[in-house]
Design a binder for this molecule. Structure first.
Ligand code: SAH
Ligand code: SF4
Ligand code: F3S
Length: 451
C-alpha cells in the first residue's frame, strides 16, 4: 500500500502555491493524498505567521495530532514547513515534541529527502536555509483546480513595512527569469489552464534585481499573449504601480480588470510610521488614474486598524480614503505585533476596546462601498468562470467574475455542478449582495476544462 499524506495550508497565495508543490513532490515520491488526518501517514503544515491568530491556530492543530499519532499503529510523521518553520526552526521541537520534520521557505524541494532522513535516523530533522536558490514553480505540482495555476514571478520582499514579518521569513526580493515565466504560462495554456495568477509580495518591482529596472508591465503584456484566457496578479504596492502597468491592464482583455492595492491606512502620519513610502493623496490620485483608464475596474485593498499611535483623527482619515476609493472589497485586519519587526517596539499600542470599535466601523464602511459597487452591476452581463457547486447549497453554482466577485446561479435541471467547474459562461446579473451577485446563465461559452 502506498504511504498517505495530508497537506494543511495557512496564509497567503504563495503558501497555496507552495502546497501544490508539496503535493506534487510527495505524489512524485509515490505517496497518495488523503483528506482525513487520521488516515495520513504524513501530515504537512504549510504555515503563516503574518498575524498572531495564524500562529495560535497552527499550534492548536499540531497539538491535536498528538493523540492521533499515538493511536495509529504505524504512527504518523508530523511536518511543519512554510513561514513559521522558517522563523522558529528547532524551537518548534521544544514546544511541540511530537513534530518530526521542520523545513522553511527556501528548501521546499528537500522535503522528500528530509522525510527519508527522519525515517532512517529515527529522530527529528530540522533544516532551515537563509536564502532561496529555487523557484517552487520549477518543482512538480498538483494543481488544486485543473483550470487555474499560481505562477510566482518573484519571491521575498525588500520593503520592510514596520509591522510586517514577511521580509524576515521570505527573504530578499528575487525575480524569476522573464522567459521562464512566459514559457511556463505557455505550457499552462497548452495544458488547458484558463486562469493564472502571477504572484509576488510586490509584483510591481518584478525584474529590478535581475534587470536593473522593473519589467512587470512588459511581463504582463507577454503573459497576456500566451493564450491564457484570464490573467490576475497580486500584490501591487501603491508606491511602485506604474502607468505602464495600468496601460497593460487596460490594453489586454485577457488581463482581469481587478486590482489588489493595499492602502493599509488613510493617515499620512501612520503611513510614514508604517514605512509605506506614499501618502493618502498619492494613493487617491493613483485610484483616480485607474478609474479614468478603466471605469469598470474592481479595486480591493488591505487595511490595518490599531497600528501603534493611531488616533481617532488618523482613523477618520482611513474611513475617508475608503469612501473616496470606492473599494469593491477590503481585507481588514487588527494590528498584531510581530516580534522582530520595528512596530513591535513602538510605544502607544492602541487599547483593545478602541481597536474593536474602530474595526466594526471600518467593516461597516467597507460593506457599504462593496454593496454600492455590486449594485451597479445589476442588469449587466458578466463573464463568469465557474468553480463548481456552492459550498452552502449543492443546487447552486458558484463562480467568479473578471472583477473577482463571487456569482451564484441556479444549477440548470438534470445537470451536474462538476460539468460547469472550469468553464466560462456569460451571466445576467439580477441581484447584488455585499459579497456576492446572483443571476442566470445567458450563454455557456463552453470552454472545456482540461483533465
Ligand atoms: N505583500 C503583500 C501582502 C502582505 S501580508 C502586501 O504588501 O500587501 C497581507 C496583509 O496582511 C498586509 O497587506 C497587511 O494588511 C496585513 N498585515 C501584515 N502584517 C500585519 C500585522 N502585523 N498585523 C496586522 N495585519 C498585518
Ligand atoms: Fe509586508 Fe510590506 Fe513587504 Fe507587503 S510590501 S510583504 S506588507 S513588508
Ligand atoms: Fe503568511 Fe508567509 Fe504568506 S507569513 S502571509 S504565509 S508569506
Amino acid at each position: 500500500m502506498n504511504e498517505t499524506f495530508l497537506v494543511r495550508t495557512f496564509g497567503c497565495q504563495m503558501n497555496k502555491h507552495d502546497s501544490e508543490r508539496v503535493t506534487g513532490l510527495l505524489c512524485a515520491a509515490g505517496m497518495r493524498p488523503v483528506t482525513e488526518a487520521s488516515e495520513a501517514d504524513v501530515v504537512v503544515f504549510m504555515t503563516c505567521c503574518v498575524r498572531e491568530h495564524a500562529d495560535e491556530r497552527l499550534r492548536g492543530q499540531v497539538a491535536s495530532l498528538k493523540s492521533i499519532k499515538a493511536k495509529r499503529p504505524g504512527g504518523q510523521t508530523v511536518v511543519i514547513g512554510g513561514c513559521i518553520g522558517q522563523r522558529d526552526g528547532a524551537l518548534l521541537l521544544k514546544q511541540l515534541p511530537h513534530v518530526d520534520v521542520v523545513f522553511g521557505t527556501h528548501n521546499l524541494s528537500h522535503l522528500p529527502s528530509l522525510l527519508e532522513s527522519a525515517r532512517i535516523e529515527r529522530h527529528s530533522v530540522v533544516e532551515i536555509l537563509d536564502a532561496t536558490g529555487e523557484f517552487t514553480s520549477d518543482l512538480p505540482g498538483e494543481r488544486e483546480h485543473s483550470w487555474h495555476a499560481w505562477v510566482p514571478v518573484m519571491v521575498g520582499c525588500d520593503n520592510f513595512c514596520s509591522y510586517c514579518i514577511v521580509p524576515y521569513v521570505r527573504g530578499r526580493e528575487r525575480s524569476r527569469v522573464f522567459e521562464e515565466v512566459v514559457a511556463e504560462c505557455e505550457r499552462l495554456a497548452d495544458d488547458g489552464v484558463l486562469e493564472v495568477t502571477l504572484l509576488g509580495q510586490n509584483v510591481n518591482s518584478y525584474g529590478r534585481d535581475l534587470y536593473g529596472e522593473p519589467r512587470f508591465a512588459e511581463l504582463l503584456n507577454a503573459v497576456a499573449r500566451t493564450g491564457i484566457a484570464r490573467v490576475r496578479f497580486a500584490t501591487s504596492h501603491p508606491k511602485d504601480l506604474s502607468d505602464s502597468t495600468i496601460a497593460a491592464m487596460a490594453g489586454h482583455p485577457q488581463i482581469a480588470r481587478a486590482l489588489h492595492l493595499p492602502v493599509q491606512s488613510g493617515s499620512d502620519r501612520i503611513l510614514k510610521a508604517m514605512n509605506r513610502d506614499y501618502t493618502s493623496t498619492h494613493y487617491l490620485k493613483l485610484v483616480d488614474r485607474l478609474y479614468a483608464t478603466m471605469p469598470d475596474l474592481a479595486l480591493s485593498t488591505d487595511i490595518i486598524v490599531g497600528f501603534p499611535g493611531e488616533s481617532e483623527d488618523d482613523f477618520a482619515d482611513t474611513l475617508g480614503v475608503v469612501n473616496k476609493a470606492r473599494f469593491d472589497q477590503a481585507f481588514t485586519f487588527i494590528y498584531s505585533p510581530r516580534q522582530g519587526t520595528a512596530a513591535a517596539d513602538m510605544d502607544a499600542q492602541v487599547p483593545e476596546d478602541v481597536v474593536h470599535d474602530r474595526f466594526d466601523r471600518l467593516v461597516a464602511a467597507v460593506q457599504n462601498c462593496a454593496l454600492d459597487k455590486n449594485r451597479k452591476l445589476v442588469g449587466t452581463v458578466q463573464r463568469v468562470l465557474f468553480t463548481g457547486a456552492s459550498k452552502r447549497d449543492a443546487s447552486v453554482l458558484a463562480g467568479r467574475t473578471e472583477g473577482n466577485k463571487v456569482v451564484h446561479v441556479r444549477l440548470p435541471e438534470d445537470r451536474d455542478a462538476d460539468d460547469y467547474a472550469g468553464r466560462f459562461a456569460d451571466v445576467a446579473i439580477e441581484e447584488a449582495r455585499i459579497w456576492s451577485l446572483t443571476g442566470y446563465i445567458l450563454q455557456d461559452i463552453g470552454v472545456k476544462r482540461s483533465g
